[in-house]
Design a protein around this ligand. Structure first.
Ligand SMILES: Cc1ncc(CN)c(N)n1
Length: 257
Protein backbone atom coordinates (compact mmCIF):
# COMPACT_ATOMS: atom_id res chain seq x y z
CA UNK A 1 0.00 0.00 0.00
CA UNK A 2 1.13 3.50 -0.78
CA UNK A 3 1.07 6.70 1.25
CA UNK A 4 -2.04 8.88 0.93
CA UNK A 5 -2.01 11.24 -2.02
CA UNK A 6 -2.20 14.88 -0.89
CA UNK A 7 -4.22 15.70 -4.05
CA UNK A 8 -6.82 13.02 -3.32
CA UNK A 9 -10.19 12.98 -5.06
CA UNK A 10 -13.46 14.07 -3.38
CA UNK A 11 -13.87 15.95 -0.12
CA UNK A 12 -13.12 14.39 3.29
CA UNK A 13 -16.44 13.04 4.59
CA UNK A 14 -18.04 13.40 1.16
CA UNK A 15 -19.94 10.60 -0.54
CA UNK A 16 -17.17 9.70 -3.00
CA UNK A 17 -14.58 8.98 -0.28
CA UNK A 18 -17.13 7.17 1.85
CA UNK A 19 -17.97 4.88 -1.05
CA UNK A 20 -14.30 4.27 -1.84
CA UNK A 21 -13.32 3.68 1.79
CA UNK A 22 -16.25 1.31 2.19
CA UNK A 23 -14.67 -1.07 -0.34
CA UNK A 24 -10.99 -0.39 0.44
CA UNK A 25 -9.85 -3.95 -0.41
CA UNK A 26 -11.68 -4.05 -3.76
CA UNK A 27 -10.48 -0.53 -4.59
CA UNK A 28 -6.87 -1.45 -3.81
CA UNK A 29 -7.15 -4.55 -6.01
CA UNK A 30 -8.39 -2.36 -8.88
CA UNK A 31 -6.08 0.63 -8.44
CA UNK A 32 -2.90 -1.37 -7.83
CA UNK A 33 -3.68 -4.46 -9.86
CA UNK A 34 -0.68 -6.43 -11.23
CA UNK A 35 -1.63 -5.04 -14.67
CA UNK A 36 -1.19 -1.49 -13.32
CA UNK A 37 2.10 -2.39 -11.64
CA UNK A 38 3.28 -3.84 -14.94
CA UNK A 39 2.42 -0.55 -16.67
CA UNK A 40 4.35 1.28 -13.99
CA UNK A 41 7.55 -0.78 -14.14
CA UNK A 42 7.23 -1.39 -17.89
CA UNK A 43 7.21 -5.19 -17.59
CA UNK A 44 3.55 -5.79 -18.58
CA UNK A 45 3.54 -8.29 -21.48
CA UNK A 46 2.58 -6.53 -24.71
CA UNK A 47 -0.09 -9.14 -25.54
CA UNK A 48 -1.90 -8.16 -22.36
CA UNK A 49 -1.77 -4.48 -23.24
CA UNK A 50 -3.00 -5.07 -26.81
CA UNK A 51 -5.91 -7.14 -25.57
CA UNK A 52 -6.75 -4.38 -23.13
CA UNK A 53 -6.53 -1.67 -25.80
CA UNK A 54 -8.92 -3.42 -28.17
CA UNK A 55 -11.44 -4.10 -25.43
CA UNK A 56 -11.09 -0.57 -24.11
CA UNK A 57 -12.18 0.76 -27.50
CA UNK A 58 -15.32 -1.37 -27.23
CA UNK A 59 -15.73 -0.30 -23.61
CA UNK A 60 -15.55 3.40 -24.51
CA UNK A 61 -18.40 3.03 -27.02
CA UNK A 62 -20.66 1.67 -24.29
CA UNK A 63 -19.37 4.26 -21.86
CA UNK A 64 -20.45 7.01 -24.29
CA UNK A 65 -23.94 5.45 -24.31
CA UNK A 66 -23.99 5.54 -20.50
CA UNK A 67 -22.99 9.22 -20.57
CA UNK A 68 -25.83 9.87 -23.02
CA UNK A 69 -28.16 8.20 -20.53
CA UNK A 70 -26.79 10.55 -17.87
CA UNK A 71 -27.88 13.51 -20.04
CA UNK A 72 -31.37 11.99 -20.13
CA UNK A 73 -31.36 11.42 -16.35
CA UNK A 74 -29.72 14.76 -15.46
CA UNK A 75 -31.35 16.77 -12.69
CA UNK A 76 -30.91 20.21 -14.29
CA UNK A 77 -30.17 22.01 -17.53
CA UNK A 78 -26.65 22.85 -16.31
CA UNK A 79 -26.01 19.18 -15.57
CA UNK A 80 -27.31 18.29 -19.05
CA UNK A 81 -24.87 20.77 -20.58
CA UNK A 82 -21.92 19.46 -18.52
CA UNK A 83 -22.70 15.86 -19.40
CA UNK A 84 -23.08 16.69 -23.07
CA UNK A 85 -19.62 18.26 -22.98
CA UNK A 86 -18.14 15.10 -21.43
CA UNK A 87 -19.63 13.01 -24.25
CA UNK A 88 -17.87 15.29 -26.75
CA UNK A 89 -14.60 14.87 -24.83
CA UNK A 90 -15.06 11.10 -24.76
CA UNK A 91 -15.73 10.89 -28.49
CA UNK A 92 -12.55 12.94 -29.08
CA UNK A 93 -10.67 10.56 -26.74
CA UNK A 94 -11.91 7.66 -28.89
CA UNK A 95 -10.38 9.21 -31.99
CA UNK A 96 -7.07 9.47 -30.10
CA UNK A 97 -7.53 5.89 -28.95
CA UNK A 98 -7.83 4.68 -32.55
CA UNK A 99 -4.58 6.50 -33.42
CA UNK A 100 -2.90 5.11 -30.30
CA UNK A 101 -3.98 1.54 -31.17
CA UNK A 102 -2.56 2.02 -34.68
CA UNK A 103 0.78 2.86 -33.02
CA UNK A 104 0.58 -0.53 -31.28
CA UNK A 105 -0.04 -2.28 -34.60
CA UNK A 106 -3.81 -2.62 -34.18
CA UNK A 107 -5.67 -1.26 -37.22
CA UNK A 108 -9.12 0.32 -36.83
CA UNK A 109 -10.65 -2.55 -38.83
CA UNK A 110 -9.51 -4.96 -36.12
CA UNK A 111 -11.05 -2.78 -33.41
CA UNK A 112 -14.33 -2.78 -35.28
CA UNK A 113 -14.49 -6.50 -35.96
CA UNK A 114 -13.40 -7.78 -32.53
CA UNK A 115 -16.33 -8.98 -30.41
CA UNK A 116 -16.74 -7.67 -26.89
CA UNK A 117 -15.20 -9.91 -24.20
CA UNK A 118 -17.54 -11.21 -21.51
CA UNK A 119 -15.81 -8.86 -19.02
CA UNK A 120 -16.54 -5.85 -21.26
CA UNK A 121 -20.19 -6.84 -21.64
CA UNK A 122 -20.56 -7.52 -17.91
CA UNK A 123 -19.11 -4.19 -16.83
CA UNK A 124 -20.71 -1.86 -19.36
CA UNK A 125 -24.17 -3.43 -19.26
CA UNK A 126 -24.06 -3.41 -15.47
CA UNK A 127 -23.45 0.35 -15.51
CA UNK A 128 -26.22 0.89 -18.07
CA UNK A 129 -28.60 -1.24 -16.04
CA UNK A 130 -27.97 0.77 -12.88
CA UNK A 131 -28.75 3.86 -14.92
CA UNK A 132 -31.92 2.49 -16.49
CA UNK A 133 -33.25 1.20 -13.18
CA UNK A 134 -32.26 4.11 -10.97
CA UNK A 135 -31.86 7.87 -10.97
CA UNK A 136 -28.91 10.11 -11.84
CA UNK A 137 -27.09 9.33 -8.58
CA UNK A 138 -27.32 5.56 -9.14
CA UNK A 139 -25.91 6.02 -12.63
CA UNK A 140 -23.12 8.41 -11.64
CA UNK A 141 -22.06 6.11 -8.79
CA UNK A 142 -21.79 3.22 -11.26
CA UNK A 143 -19.71 5.41 -13.61
CA UNK A 144 -17.37 7.03 -11.11
CA UNK A 145 -14.91 4.17 -10.36
CA UNK A 146 -14.01 4.34 -14.04
CA UNK A 147 -13.33 8.07 -14.27
CA UNK A 148 -11.75 8.67 -10.88
CA UNK A 149 -10.01 5.29 -10.75
CA UNK A 150 -7.81 6.03 -13.76
CA UNK A 151 -6.99 9.47 -12.36
CA UNK A 152 -5.88 7.86 -9.10
CA UNK A 153 -4.01 5.07 -10.90
CA UNK A 154 -1.95 7.57 -12.90
CA UNK A 155 -1.06 9.44 -9.70
CA UNK A 156 -0.09 6.19 -7.96
CA UNK A 157 2.19 5.28 -10.85
CA UNK A 158 3.89 8.69 -10.69
CA UNK A 159 4.62 8.07 -6.98
CA UNK A 160 5.70 4.43 -7.44
CA UNK A 161 9.35 3.93 -6.42
CA UNK A 162 9.46 0.92 -8.77
CA UNK A 163 8.36 2.96 -11.75
CA UNK A 164 10.34 2.82 -15.00
CA UNK A 165 10.28 6.22 -16.62
CA UNK A 166 12.89 6.26 -19.38
CA UNK A 167 12.12 3.67 -22.01
CA UNK A 168 8.79 2.60 -20.52
CA UNK A 169 6.65 1.44 -23.48
CA UNK A 170 3.52 2.46 -21.55
CA UNK A 171 4.65 5.99 -20.70
CA UNK A 172 2.29 7.72 -23.13
CA UNK A 173 -0.67 5.81 -21.63
CA UNK A 174 0.43 6.97 -18.16
CA UNK A 175 0.89 10.54 -19.40
CA UNK A 176 -2.64 10.63 -20.86
CA UNK A 177 -4.22 9.92 -17.48
CA UNK A 178 -1.74 11.98 -15.46
CA UNK A 179 -2.38 15.01 -17.72
CA UNK A 180 -4.01 18.04 -16.07
CA UNK A 181 -7.06 17.72 -18.36
CA UNK A 182 -7.83 14.16 -17.24
CA UNK A 183 -7.01 14.93 -13.60
CA UNK A 184 -9.48 17.85 -13.66
CA UNK A 185 -12.14 15.56 -15.17
CA UNK A 186 -11.59 13.00 -12.42
CA UNK A 187 -11.71 15.67 -9.70
CA UNK A 188 -14.96 17.03 -11.12
CA UNK A 189 -16.47 13.52 -11.22
CA UNK A 190 -15.67 12.93 -7.52
CA UNK A 191 -17.00 16.40 -6.60
CA UNK A 192 -20.19 15.65 -8.51
CA UNK A 193 -20.75 12.48 -6.47
CA UNK A 194 -20.27 14.53 -3.29
CA UNK A 195 -22.79 17.13 -4.51
CA UNK A 196 -25.36 14.57 -5.67
CA UNK A 197 -24.91 12.82 -2.34
CA UNK A 198 -26.10 16.02 -0.65
CA UNK A 199 -28.95 16.77 -3.04
CA UNK A 200 -30.19 13.21 -3.71
CA UNK A 201 -30.17 11.51 -0.30
CA UNK A 202 -26.72 9.91 -0.33
CA UNK A 203 -26.91 9.20 3.38
CA UNK A 204 -30.18 7.33 3.46
CA UNK A 205 -29.38 5.46 0.24
CA UNK A 206 -25.80 4.62 1.24
CA UNK A 207 -26.16 0.81 1.37
CA UNK A 208 -27.58 0.56 -2.16
CA UNK A 209 -25.08 3.08 -3.57
CA UNK A 210 -22.19 1.27 -1.89
CA UNK A 211 -23.28 -2.02 -3.47
CA UNK A 212 -23.22 -0.38 -6.92
CA UNK A 213 -19.86 1.32 -6.37
CA UNK A 214 -18.26 -1.87 -5.07
CA UNK A 215 -19.57 -3.95 -7.97
CA UNK A 216 -18.33 -1.42 -10.55
CA UNK A 217 -14.93 -1.42 -8.81
CA UNK A 218 -14.79 -5.24 -8.95
CA UNK A 219 -15.71 -5.16 -12.63
CA UNK A 220 -12.87 -2.69 -13.30
CA UNK A 221 -10.40 -5.15 -11.71
CA UNK A 222 -11.88 -7.95 -13.84
CA UNK A 223 -11.25 -5.78 -16.89
CA UNK A 224 -7.51 -5.59 -16.07
CA UNK A 225 -7.50 -9.33 -15.45
CA UNK A 226 -9.08 -9.94 -18.86
CA UNK A 227 -6.08 -8.14 -20.38
CA UNK A 228 -3.63 -10.19 -18.31
CA UNK A 229 -5.32 -13.44 -19.32
CA UNK A 230 -4.14 -12.80 -22.89
CA UNK A 231 -0.49 -12.96 -21.74
CA UNK A 232 1.60 -16.08 -21.40
CA UNK A 233 0.87 -17.63 -17.99
CA UNK A 234 3.41 -17.08 -15.23
CA UNK A 235 4.05 -13.36 -15.61
CA UNK A 236 4.27 -11.19 -12.51
CA UNK A 237 5.11 -7.49 -12.20
CA UNK A 238 8.89 -7.05 -12.36
CA UNK A 239 9.46 -10.16 -14.51
CA UNK A 240 10.36 -10.52 -18.17
CA UNK A 241 10.55 -13.56 -20.40
CA UNK A 242 13.79 -14.75 -21.95
CA UNK A 243 14.66 -18.07 -23.61
CA UNK A 244 15.15 -19.74 -20.22
CA UNK A 245 11.88 -18.59 -18.65
CA UNK A 246 10.66 -15.68 -16.50
CA UNK A 247 13.49 -13.65 -15.05
CA UNK A 248 13.24 -10.96 -12.41
CA UNK A 249 14.39 -7.53 -13.53
CA UNK A 250 17.13 -5.69 -11.68
CA UNK A 251 15.98 -4.28 -8.35
CA UNK A 252 14.83 -0.71 -7.88
CA UNK A 253 14.58 1.23 -4.63
CA UNK A 254 10.92 0.22 -4.38
CA UNK A 255 11.04 -3.34 -5.69
CA UNK A 256 13.97 -5.39 -4.45
CA UNK A 257 15.31 -7.93 -6.94
C1 LIG B 1 -12.11 0.04 -18.50
C2 LIG B 1 -11.78 1.51 -18.39
N1 LIG B 1 -11.98 2.15 -17.21
C3 LIG B 1 -11.69 3.47 -17.15
C4 LIG B 1 -11.23 4.18 -18.21
C5 LIG B 1 -10.90 5.65 -18.09
N2 LIG B 1 -11.92 6.48 -18.52
C6 LIG B 1 -11.06 3.50 -19.38
N3 LIG B 1 -10.61 4.10 -20.51
N4 LIG B 1 -11.32 2.13 -19.49
Amino acid sequence: MQHPDPADFGAPGGLFRRLRDNCAAEWEHYAWHPFVRGLSDGTLPEDAFRRYLVQDYLFLIQFARAKALAVFKAESLDAMRDKTATIGALLDEMRLHVGYCAGWGIPEAELRRTPEAAETVAYTRYVLDRGFAGDILDLEVALVPCTVGYGEIARRILRDPGRLEAGNPYQSWIDAYAAPGYQALAKAAAARIDALGESHGGEIRFAALAATFTEATRLEARFWQMGLDAAEPGWRPGYRRDRTGWIQMAGTPGRPA
